[in-house]
Design a protein around this ligand. Structure first.
Ligand code: AHG
Ligand code: MN
Ligand code: MN
Length: 291
């Protein structure tokens, strides 16, 4: 059992900062890669999803750059079966390109990352920082660290803060539910029926953009447990936990239907989970409906 890391040291903080700045510095190359790699790669990722050439290229770029940081010990991503290791202390888990099915229609896409004190698969309470990039009309990045959430504009590999206290608005406005009405459980159908009369539909096929709607306008995003797929679609380590860390740091809540996604202890690196993220009372109602 590795001795637990003293996560308060300046060395740890410096490495977290280096990871964030390396993600930022890599984004211009990722933006170029997604423009030049729109085709299929004829391979599938460890969870069985088709891999686009852009998924693989983004994964390569981030792995090279992030493992090049002294303090980073491992790199894990949804695109590769195993964790890549080197010397170091902290651990990075990534969804290098989230929403890559939006590449064809040129809709929103992004990158999700988490920095952990322990090697994945690991529980979300071992997160030290988490963030996501959106390659939209503007390249932006949201980062949660030490209890606060900031939004940045990224230009030429640099970042500038545009909001240093991102918090989920009290009054919710939007909702986005994945999976498709006919695949939902009866309980979730009844919840969705209530919510759709209260909020506006915002579902774009990339959770980074849909979650940013919830952070901006308040509401709920979910890829729920499905009748045919009780574990849902999204991955605990690469999507659920980092996004839960961000939402909870911004005053919202996360759930797998029973508990915070940060409490979920994945046995497998590529484990999936039902995922509900948003305003606390909407999550309370959800948990009362689906438990
Ligand atoms: P990825 O491209 O990394 O596999 O992620 C796509 C995910 C998530 O971003 C999005 O919310 C969801 O898949 C959309 O799924 P559907 O296309 O089934 O709606
Ligand atoms: Mn994804
Ligand atoms: Mn992805």
């Amino acid at each position: 059992m590795s001795k637990s890391l003293d996560t308060s040291t300046t060395e740890t903080e410096q490495t977290v900062t280096e990871v964030i700045d390396t993600v930022v510095a890599t984004t211009p190359d990722v933006r170029r890669a997604i423009a030049d790699h729109r085709g299929q790669s004829n391979s599938v990722n460890p969870t069985g999803d088709d891999q686009l050439a852009a998924d693989l290229r983004a994964d390569e770029l981030f792995e090279q750059r992030l493992l090049g940081i002294d303090g980073v010990a491992t790199y894990a991503s949804e695109e590769r079966a195993d964790v890549k290791t080197t010397d170091g202390r902290l651990h990075v888990a990534m969804d290098p390109l989230d929403g890559s099915s939006n590449l064809e229609p040129n809709s929103g896409m992004g990158t999700i990352f988490g920095v952990y004190s322990e090697q994945p698969p690991t529980v979300g309470t071992n997160l030290l920082a988490a963030g996501f990039v959106i390659y939209g009309p503007i390249t932006s990045m949201v980062v949660a660290r030490k209890g606060s959430v900031r939004e940045h504009i990224l230009e030429d590999g640099d970042k500038r803060v545009v909001d240093d206290d991102v918090t989920v608005p009290e009054d919710p406005t939007v909702f986005g539910f994945g999976g498709g009405v006919d695949s939902w459980t009866d309980e979730f159908q009844s919840y969705a029926e209530e919510v759709r009369h209260e909020l506006k539909l915002r579902y774009g096929g990339a959770m980074v953009a849909d979650i940013n709607q919830v952070l901006t306008y308040g509401g709920i995003f979910s890829y729920p447990a499905l009748e045919s797929r009780p574990e849902g679609k999204l991955r605990v380590q690469f999507e659920g936990q980092p996004m839960a860390y961000i939402l909870e740091s911004a005053g919202g809540r996360s759930s797998d239907g029973d508990q915070s996604l940060l409490e979920v202890e994945p046995d497998e690196l590529h484990e999936r989970t039902p995922l509900y993220l948003g305003n606390d009372d909407l999550i309370d109602r959800l948990e009362a409906t689906v438990d």
